[in-house]
Design a protein around this ligand. Structure first.
Ligand SMILES: CC1=C(CCC(=O)O)c2cc3nc(cc4[nH]c(cc5[nH]c(cc1n2)c(C)c5CCC(=O)O)c(CCC(=O)O)c4C)C(CCC(=O)O)=C3C
Ligand SMILES: [Fe+2]
Length: 364
């Protein structure tokens, strides 16, 4: 029989919702087809991205990272005496979200709380997940809610602060004078039209990243007694060259930093929660090579991964969402001056510019 634990009532199941990635070389092309269906990405870009995967044996690290996060969430729930099951479903690869929700439905679950591996507003990181939840829940009796967009939660920021400090320590151990190190916060580029749409109902994709970057830099600066300068740069641009995307590209920005007299940099990938392909290829391979060529000291800080502050924050966010679903008014921790993410998005949140009428869950 399906039961609920009081803390998570009314939810009787949790589900981790992620992007998905190939497990072996034969998966790469079908995975890329799933991701890019109807998105107008040039073939050359797809071949290029396919090579990124093949250069790592055709396997993305993202699925193993989801398994590690699931195990960490399970331990944290157990530690708090919460025995609610937690499932896992992806948007673009096995285990597919549709199959996961179908099995939860067949097992008698009714109210499911989704935890996405994407922390910011924007069509790609918010609404697209909610559209996929809508589609996946279609033939079930499930009611699916989602934890709020969480990048501005203090626990997520703590993980990045620790990672930035560790990266600065590593640079110093290698002999760099880290007082002048530039912190370069990095996230996935998106089309500028998608950024504009994200500002309709929230402070936007860029605004959220700037708030997180500012707070990480502030905490790191305070702890180390040095006023660190920071910038926000972007990776993983795709789409046709005629379409404007957020800039500067991280590689161009490294050159600009060198021209500015900077001797070393720490790249802090605040846009991603784990070391998936964008991180290990676009940053650890490509940007690291650019830095090497420029003679810049370079360390890439860890992503949140299974940092205890991050895992604890996700469980806190689930409890917060459950309290709100019960009609209570929970505390909603947020970093200073930043926006609290929405549990239930506004109708015009992160609009789908291609298919404005496509239905999505977790909105008014
Ligand atoms: C904001 C954002 C996140 C962060 C939020 C989140 O985590 O969701 C993210 C994550 C990811 N993106 C990933 C992979 C890909 N993204 C692509 C394409 C695109 N991403 C976009 C945005 C984002 N993407 C956009 C605007 C496009 C253009 C096409 C479109 O408008 O949709 C393409 C197509 C080829 C290419 O163009 O690069 C691939 C293969 C993987 C898996 C990595 C792995 O396998 O380890 C992950 C975690
Ligand atoms: Fe992407």
């Amino acid at each position: 029989m399906v039961t609920t634990t009081p803390e998570l009532d009314p939810y009787d199941a949790l589900v981790l919702v992620s992007f998905g990635g190939p497990e072996k070389p034969e998966d790469v092309v079908p995975f890329l087809r799933n991701v890019t269906r109807g998105r107008g990405i040039p073939d050359e870009r797809l071949e290029e991205v396919g090579e990124h995967y093949y250069s790592f044996g055709g396997k993305s690290p993202i699925n193993d990272q989801c398994r590690a996060l699931l195990a960490a969430l399970r331990s944290e729930l157990d530690r708090r005496g919460i025995d609610t099951p937690i499932g896992w479903g992806n948007r673009n690869w096995e285990p597919y979200l549709t199959d996961t929700l179908t099995s939860l439905d067949r097992a008698g679950h009714r109210r499911v709380l989704a935890i996405t591996t994407s922390a910011y507003p924007s069509y790609s990181s918010c609404r697209q997940y909610r559209e996929n939840l809508y589609d996946a829940a279609q033939d079930t009796a499930l009611q699916v809610d989602r934890i709020r967009q969480y990048a501005t939660h203090p626990g997520f920021v703590t993980a990045s602060v620790d990672a930035t400090n560790a990266a600065l320590d590593q640079l110093r151990a290698a002999g760099a004078d880290v007082d002048g190190t530039r912190l370069i916060f990095v996230t996935h580029s998106i089309p500028t039209a998608m950024e504009d749409a994200s500002r309709q109902a929230t402070r936007g994709y860029v605004g959220w990243h700037r708030a997180v970057a500012d707070e990480v830099a502030r905490q790191v600066s305070a702890e180390r007694g040095t006023d660190y300068r920071w910038d926000l740069a972007y990776c993983s641009r795709s789409g046709p060259p005629t379409q404007p995307w957020l800039e500067p590209d991280v590689n161009d920005h490294l050159a600009a930093c060198r021209d500015d007299g900077v001797a070393s940099v720490v790249l802090v990938p605040i846009g991603f929660i784990s070391d998936h392909m964008e991180v290990i290829y676009d940053l650890d391979t490509e940007a690291a090579a650019t830095a090497e060529k420029l003679g810049l000291g370079f360390v890439r800080a860890a992503t949140a991964g299974t940092h205890p502050a991050f895992v604890g924050a996700l469980v806190d966010l689930a409890l917060e969402r459950a309290a709100a679903a019960r009609g209570e008014t929970p505390q909603r921790p947020v970093i200073p001056g930043a926006e609290v993410g929405a549990d239930v998005c506004a109708a015009d949140c992160c609009l789908n510019l291609r298919q404005p009428d496509r239905p999505a869950l977790c909105q008014r």
